[in-house]
Design a protein around this ligand. Structure first.
Ligand code: HEC
Length: 130
Protein backbone atom coordinates (compact mmCIF):
# COMPACT_ATOMS: atom_id res chain seq x y z
CA UNK A 1 0.00 0.00 0.00
CA UNK A 2 2.77 2.41 0.93
CA UNK A 3 4.59 1.67 -2.32
CA UNK A 4 1.43 2.30 -4.33
CA UNK A 5 1.00 5.71 -2.71
CA UNK A 6 4.64 6.53 -3.41
CA UNK A 7 4.16 5.55 -7.05
CA UNK A 8 1.06 7.70 -7.41
CA UNK A 9 2.91 10.65 -5.91
CA UNK A 10 5.64 10.20 -8.50
CA UNK A 11 3.15 10.07 -11.35
CA UNK A 12 1.02 13.07 -10.35
CA UNK A 13 3.34 15.81 -11.70
CA UNK A 14 3.52 13.99 -15.08
CA UNK A 15 -0.21 14.34 -15.65
CA UNK A 16 0.05 18.09 -14.99
CA UNK A 17 2.82 18.56 -17.55
CA UNK A 18 0.76 16.88 -20.26
CA UNK A 19 -2.14 19.36 -19.87
CA UNK A 20 -0.17 22.14 -21.58
CA UNK A 21 -3.13 23.95 -23.13
CA UNK A 22 -4.68 24.35 -19.67
CA UNK A 23 -2.08 26.89 -18.58
CA UNK A 24 -3.67 30.04 -17.11
CA UNK A 25 -2.04 33.38 -17.93
CA UNK A 26 -2.68 36.58 -15.92
CA UNK A 27 -4.45 38.23 -18.87
CA UNK A 28 -7.02 35.40 -19.04
CA UNK A 29 -8.87 36.91 -16.08
CA UNK A 30 -9.54 40.26 -17.79
CA UNK A 31 -12.64 41.35 -19.77
CA UNK A 32 -13.70 39.02 -22.60
CA UNK A 33 -15.41 41.56 -24.88
CA UNK A 34 -14.42 44.61 -26.92
CA UNK A 35 -16.80 47.42 -27.84
CA UNK A 36 -16.09 47.66 -31.56
CA UNK A 37 -19.06 49.91 -32.43
CA UNK A 38 -16.74 52.79 -33.38
CA UNK A 39 -14.45 50.61 -35.55
CA UNK A 40 -14.73 50.56 -39.38
CA UNK A 41 -17.11 47.91 -40.80
CA UNK A 42 -14.35 45.52 -42.02
CA UNK A 43 -12.82 45.51 -38.51
CA UNK A 44 -16.23 44.84 -36.95
CA UNK A 45 -16.53 41.79 -39.21
CA UNK A 46 -12.98 40.75 -38.36
CA UNK A 47 -13.82 41.02 -34.65
CA UNK A 48 -16.45 38.28 -35.11
CA UNK A 49 -13.93 36.06 -36.88
CA UNK A 50 -11.35 36.77 -34.16
CA UNK A 51 -13.88 35.93 -31.41
CA UNK A 52 -14.67 32.52 -32.92
CA UNK A 53 -11.21 31.52 -34.10
CA UNK A 54 -9.08 32.73 -31.21
CA UNK A 55 -11.23 31.27 -28.43
CA UNK A 56 -10.79 27.65 -29.45
CA UNK A 57 -7.86 26.74 -27.17
CA UNK A 58 -7.91 29.50 -24.55
CA UNK A 59 -10.28 32.20 -23.42
CA UNK A 60 -10.71 35.12 -25.83
CA UNK A 61 -9.77 37.30 -22.83
CA UNK A 62 -6.16 36.25 -23.45
CA UNK A 63 -5.63 38.16 -26.73
CA UNK A 64 -8.10 40.89 -25.66
CA UNK A 65 -5.91 41.82 -22.69
CA UNK A 66 -2.45 41.23 -24.16
CA UNK A 67 -0.38 44.10 -25.55
CA UNK A 68 1.95 43.52 -28.49
CA UNK A 69 3.64 45.60 -31.13
CA UNK A 70 2.65 45.19 -34.77
CA UNK A 71 5.49 42.79 -35.64
CA UNK A 72 4.84 40.73 -32.49
CA UNK A 73 1.16 40.33 -33.44
CA UNK A 74 2.23 39.25 -36.90
CA UNK A 75 4.52 36.61 -35.48
CA UNK A 76 1.97 35.55 -32.90
CA UNK A 77 -1.01 35.15 -35.24
CA UNK A 78 1.20 32.97 -37.46
CA UNK A 79 2.29 30.93 -34.47
CA UNK A 80 -1.35 30.38 -33.41
CA UNK A 81 -2.33 29.53 -37.02
CA UNK A 82 0.36 26.88 -37.19
CA UNK A 83 -0.68 25.09 -34.02
CA UNK A 84 -2.24 21.67 -34.79
CA UNK A 85 -5.97 21.99 -35.60
CA UNK A 86 -6.01 25.78 -35.23
CA UNK A 87 -8.66 25.98 -37.97
CA UNK A 88 -7.33 29.39 -39.07
CA UNK A 89 -6.57 29.85 -42.80
CA UNK A 90 -4.14 32.37 -44.34
CA UNK A 91 -6.81 34.90 -45.37
CA UNK A 92 -8.52 34.63 -41.97
CA UNK A 93 -5.22 35.03 -40.16
CA UNK A 94 -4.51 38.20 -42.13
CA UNK A 95 -7.94 39.65 -41.29
CA UNK A 96 -7.48 38.84 -37.60
CA UNK A 97 -3.99 40.34 -37.64
CA UNK A 98 -5.32 43.59 -39.13
CA UNK A 99 -8.03 43.72 -36.49
CA UNK A 100 -5.51 43.17 -33.68
CA UNK A 101 -3.25 45.95 -34.97
CA UNK A 102 -6.11 48.46 -35.20
CA UNK A 103 -7.38 47.44 -31.76
CA UNK A 104 -3.85 47.76 -30.38
CA UNK A 105 -3.58 51.41 -31.53
CA UNK A 106 -7.20 52.41 -30.84
CA UNK A 107 -7.77 50.78 -27.46
CA UNK A 108 -4.61 49.39 -25.86
CA UNK A 109 -1.94 51.98 -26.72
CA UNK A 110 -4.20 54.75 -25.36
CA UNK A 111 -4.52 53.07 -21.96
CA UNK A 112 -1.54 50.68 -21.61
CA UNK A 113 -1.90 50.34 -17.83
CA UNK A 114 -5.16 48.43 -18.27
CA UNK A 115 -3.47 45.60 -20.22
CA UNK A 116 -0.79 42.94 -19.81
CA UNK A 117 2.51 42.82 -21.64
CA UNK A 118 2.96 39.58 -23.57
CA UNK A 119 4.82 36.93 -21.61
CA UNK A 120 8.04 35.52 -22.98
CA UNK A 121 8.19 31.87 -24.04
CA UNK A 122 10.28 31.18 -20.93
CA UNK A 123 7.66 32.72 -18.65
CA UNK A 124 4.91 30.65 -20.28
CA UNK A 125 7.01 27.48 -19.93
CA UNK A 126 7.43 28.20 -16.23
CA UNK A 127 3.66 28.57 -15.75
CA UNK A 128 3.11 25.32 -17.66
CA UNK A 129 5.41 23.50 -15.27
CA UNK A 130 3.66 24.72 -12.13
C1 HEC B 1 -4.79 25.57 -31.56
C2 HEC B 1 -4.93 26.26 -30.27
C3 HEC B 1 -4.86 27.78 -30.27
C4 HEC B 1 -5.54 28.66 -31.07
C5 HEC B 1 -6.56 28.36 -32.18
C6 HEC B 1 -5.12 29.99 -30.66
N1 HEC B 1 -4.24 29.91 -29.62
FE1 HEC B 1 -3.34 31.48 -28.65
N2 HEC B 1 -2.31 30.19 -27.45
C7 HEC B 1 -2.38 28.81 -27.52
C8 HEC B 1 -1.44 28.23 -26.56
C9 HEC B 1 -1.22 26.74 -26.32
C10 HEC B 1 -0.80 29.33 -25.91
C11 HEC B 1 0.29 29.27 -24.83
C12 HEC B 1 1.64 29.57 -25.45
C13 HEC B 1 2.09 28.52 -26.40
O1 HEC B 1 2.14 27.33 -26.04
O2 HEC B 1 2.42 28.90 -27.56
C14 HEC B 1 -1.39 30.53 -26.48
C15 HEC B 1 -1.06 31.82 -26.08
C16 HEC B 1 -1.59 32.98 -26.62
C17 HEC B 1 -1.26 34.33 -26.18
C18 HEC B 1 -0.35 34.71 -25.00
C19 HEC B 1 0.92 35.38 -25.48
C20 HEC B 1 1.84 35.82 -24.38
O3 HEC B 1 3.05 35.72 -24.63
O4 HEC B 1 1.41 36.28 -23.32
C21 HEC B 1 -1.94 35.19 -27.00
C22 HEC B 1 -1.95 36.71 -26.97
C23 HEC B 1 -2.69 34.38 -27.95
N3 HEC B 1 -2.48 33.04 -27.68
C24 HEC B 1 -3.47 34.90 -28.95
C25 HEC B 1 -4.18 34.14 -29.88
C26 HEC B 1 -4.87 34.71 -31.02
C27 HEC B 1 -4.92 36.18 -31.39
C28 HEC B 1 -5.47 33.66 -31.67
C29 HEC B 1 -6.27 33.70 -32.96
C30 HEC B 1 -5.54 34.15 -34.12
C31 HEC B 1 -5.13 32.44 -30.93
N4 HEC B 1 -4.35 32.78 -29.86
C32 HEC B 1 -5.57 31.16 -31.27
C33 HEC B 1 -3.20 28.07 -28.35
C34 HEC B 1 -4.03 28.58 -29.35
Amino acid sequence: MKRLIQMLMLLAPLSLVSQTSNVVLPQDAGPDKIDVSAYPAPQQAAYKLFSTKCSKCHTIARPINTMMKRDEWERYVKRMMHKPNSGIGDAQGKQIFEFLVLDQTERKDKNPKAFFPALSDEEIDKLKKK
